[in-house]
Write a new protein. Structure first.
Lengths: 334, 334
DNA sequence: TATAGAAATTGAACTGGTTCAATTTTGATG
DNA sequence: CATCAAAATTGAACCAGTTCAATTTCTATA
C-alpha cells in the first residue's frame, strides 16, 4: 500500500511518535529532524488526513450548503471563504439542496457523517431544519450567511438588508423622485422581506405614501425581474424610478427596459442590486447596491474557524456588514 | 464520545462484525436485523465515514477543481455531477485555483492528502500539472471536463467545440450572411482555439475568405465581449452577423449593441453561446449554441464512478456530446 | 434423527495516524 | 565528574470502522 509514518520511522531510525511530532511541528533533535526529512523525501511520504482525522476527531473540512451552485452571490461569498479556510488547511465540501427541504436535511446529515468540523449555510427559502439541530447538539459550529432561522441559535453573518434598501430609496428621494417602484424578491425569504421593509421605511420617513401598483415581485429570478419591470412600464402612471432587490431581477428588468426602448436615466431612473461584472458594462453603468461578498465570506470563514478552535466568545454572534451604494449614471435628478 | 458500532453491537447483543455487515447491506438473520435496527434507533447511532474510509482506503469523496466558483458553465456541470454522485453516496470537495498554476498544484496535492477517490477537473488555461501526474501514478481516476491536457493521459468529457462553431457559422451562411464576425475566447485555451477553428472551417467550406477585422478577441470575459463588439460595430464595413464564443462575451456584446442603438436582428444578426437564463429574456430571444451542461456533468460523474469502481474499460475515454443550436429570432435571413 | 453443506456470526487483527505515561538523553550546575 | 531537572524519545493503546479465518447455526436430505 502507500507509505506510512511507520515506514518513515523505520527508515529514519526513530519511533513513530517522533515522526508524528515532526509532522505536527513540534521541536525535535536536529539530527532526527534531518533524518526524518530525508526519509520522507526518499519514500515520497504523504500524510493521510483521513487517518489523522480518525483519532483527532477532526476532518479539517467545513461543509458548505447552499440552494444552488449557480447562485452568483453565494459562490462569490464561498470563494472568499475558501481562501481564508485554505490558509488554515481546511477545505470545503459543497452540497446544493436545490431549494428542497428534504434534500437540505439529507445533505446536512450526509455532511455530519463525514465529520465536517463546521458548517457554512445559505438557507434561502428553508427556515428550519431538524438535521441542523443535531449540529447544535453536537456542538458543531454553524454559520448562517445573510439569512435567518428564527428558532435555531447559530452564528450569523448578514448584510444590512433593510438598510441597503433604505439608502437606495433615500438616494432616489434625494434626487427628487417620488414615484419609486420596487421589484421585490420572494417574501418567503428573510432577505426578500428585509429589503422590502427598507423600501417602505424610506418612503415612510419621507412621508411618501406607498402605491400598491409600484410594489412588484420578481421572486429573485431573472424572468421574474423581467416581467415585473414590464408590468411597471405598462402602468398608466409608470414610476420615475425602479429599484430591484437582487442581481438576477436587476438584469431581467434591464432587458425589459431596453426592449421597451425606454432609456435610462432619461426616461426612467434605476437602482440595481449587486456589483457583479454586468452592472458596469451596461450603458449607462448602473447605480447599484453593492454587497460585500468578499467581506461576508471572510467573516463567515473566520467565525467558523474561531468556533472550531473552541473560542465561543460572544456566541451567538451576528456580524453585520454594510452595503455600499455605487453611484453611477442610472439615476436622473428630477 | 459518540456512539460507535461497538455500542450498537453490545446493545443488540451481536458482534461488531454483524453490525458492520448490516450497515453494508449484507443479509443477516431477521431477529438480528431487527435488534440492530432498534439499537441504532435508540442510541442515535450515525456511522463515521472517516473511520470507514481508513480501512477501505476510500473517502467517498470526489474532488472538483475549477478556476473559479463563479463560472456559470462549470457550476452548471458540477450541479448535475453532484446529483449523480450523491446517488452513490459520494460527495464533492470543491476547490478553485483562481487560474493560478501554483494554486492548482497546491489544491491538487491538498485533495490527494484528503484521499479523494477521484477527480473532476476543469483546467481552463492550465495545460499541465505535476501534481496531476501523481494522481495517475496512484491510479486515482481523473476526468477532465471540456478541455485538453495534451501530455496527460486521462478520461475526458468534452463538447464538440469546433463543431458548435461550425454549425453556428454555417447557419448564418445559410441565411445568406457572408460578413460574419467572431468574438473569440482566449486562444491559450483549448475551447478558445477549437471554437475559432470551427469558425474558420465553416468559412472555408463555403469559400468565404476570412476577414481579419472580423476576427476579434473577448478573452471569455464580459468586458472583453463588450469591447470586441464595440470595435466591430465601429468598422467601416461592419459585419452583418456576429458570433460570440461564450456566455460572458455574449452578454458583453449584447450590451454594446444595445448601447449603439443597433437592433437585432434588423441591423445585425447575432448568435450567442450558452443557453442560460438571460438568453431567453433578451429581446429578441437569442439564437444560441447550447452546451449540454447537465449531460456533461452526468457523463463526468458516471465516468469517474465507473473508474473508481475499477472498471477501466476503454481507458482513456473521450466522450463527446453535441451542442444544440437553439433557433430563436436574432438572425435575419438576408 | 443424523448429517453434510450452506449461511450467518464471531472477534482478533488491521487501517494510519495521535497520544501520553514511561524512559532515555541532554546539558547545566556544584 | 556526579547529579538532576528539562527536553526529547519511545511504543503500546487508541480512534471507529472493515475483513476474514474460524466457529456456530440453519436447512435440506437420506
Amino acid at each position: 500500500m502507500s507509505v506510512t509514518i511507520r515506514d518513515v520511522a523505520k527508515k529514519a531510525k526513530v519511533s513513530l511518535g517522533t515522526v508524528s511530532r515532526y509532522l505536527n511541528g513540534y521541536k525535535l533533535r536536529e539530527s532526527n529532524r534531518i533524518r526524518i526529512e530525508e526519509a520522507i523525501r526518499e519514500l515520497g511520504f504523504q500524510e493521510n488526513l483521513i487517518a489523522k482525522g480518525l483519532k483527532t476527531n477532526r476532518s479539517m473540512t467545513i461543509g458548505v450548503v447552499l440552494a444552488s451552485l449557480t447562485d452568483l452571490f453565494a459562490t462569490s461569498v464561498i470563494t472568499a471563504a475558501e481562501r481564508i479556510l485554505a490558509q488554515d488547511n481546511y477545505s470545503i465540501v459543497v452540497c446544493d439542496f436545490e431549494s428542497s427541504q428534504s434534500k437540505l436535511e439529507q445533505k446536512l446529515r450526509f455532511l455530519k457523517a463525514r465529520s465536517v468540523d463546521g458548517l457554512i449555510l445559505f438557507p434561502g427559502s428553508c427556515t428550519s431544519s431538524d438535521a441542523l439541530r443535531e449540529y447544535l447538539e453536537d456542538e458543531i459550529p454553524v454559520v448562517i450567511v445573510n439569512d435567518d432561522m428564527p428558532d435555531i441559535k447559530t452564528d450569523k453573518v448578514v448584510i444590512d438588508n433593510s438598510g441597503a434598501s433604505f439608502r437606495a430609496v433615500e438616494w432616489l428621494i434625494h434626487q427628487n423622485h417620488r414615484d419609486i417602484a420596487i421589484i421585490n424578491g420572494d417574501q418567503n425569504t428573510y432577505t426578500g422581506r428585509e429589503r422590502y421593509k427598507g423600501y417602505l421605511e424610506a418612503l415612510q420617513t419621507y412621508n411618501i405614501e406607498p402605491r400598491e401598483e409600484y410594489i412588484t415581485y420578481g421572486y429573485f429570478s431573472n424572468r421574474g425581474g423581467y416581467e415585473a419591470a414590464k408590468k411597471l412600464l405598462a402602468l398608466e402612471h409608470p414610476p420615475t424610478a425602479i429599484y430591484t432587490a437582487n442581481y438576477y431581477m436587476t438584469f431581467g428588468a434591464i432587458i425589459a427596459i431596453n426592449e421597451a426602448k425606454i432609456r435610462i436615466p432619461d426616461d426612467i431612473s434605476f437602482i440595481g442590486f449587486d456589483h457583479f461584472e454586468l452592472s458596469d458594462v451596461i450603458n449607462p453603468p448602473l447605480t447599484v447596491v453593492e454587497q460585500p461578498t468578499d467581506r461576508l465570506g471572510e467573516l463567515a470563514a473566520k467565525l467558523v474557524l474561531r468556533r472550531v478552535k473552541g473560542d465561543y466568545e460572544g456566541f451567538p454572534a451576528r456580524l453585520s456588514v454594510n452595503t455600499r451604494m455605487i453611484i453611477k449614471e442610472s439615476v436622473k435628478r428630477l
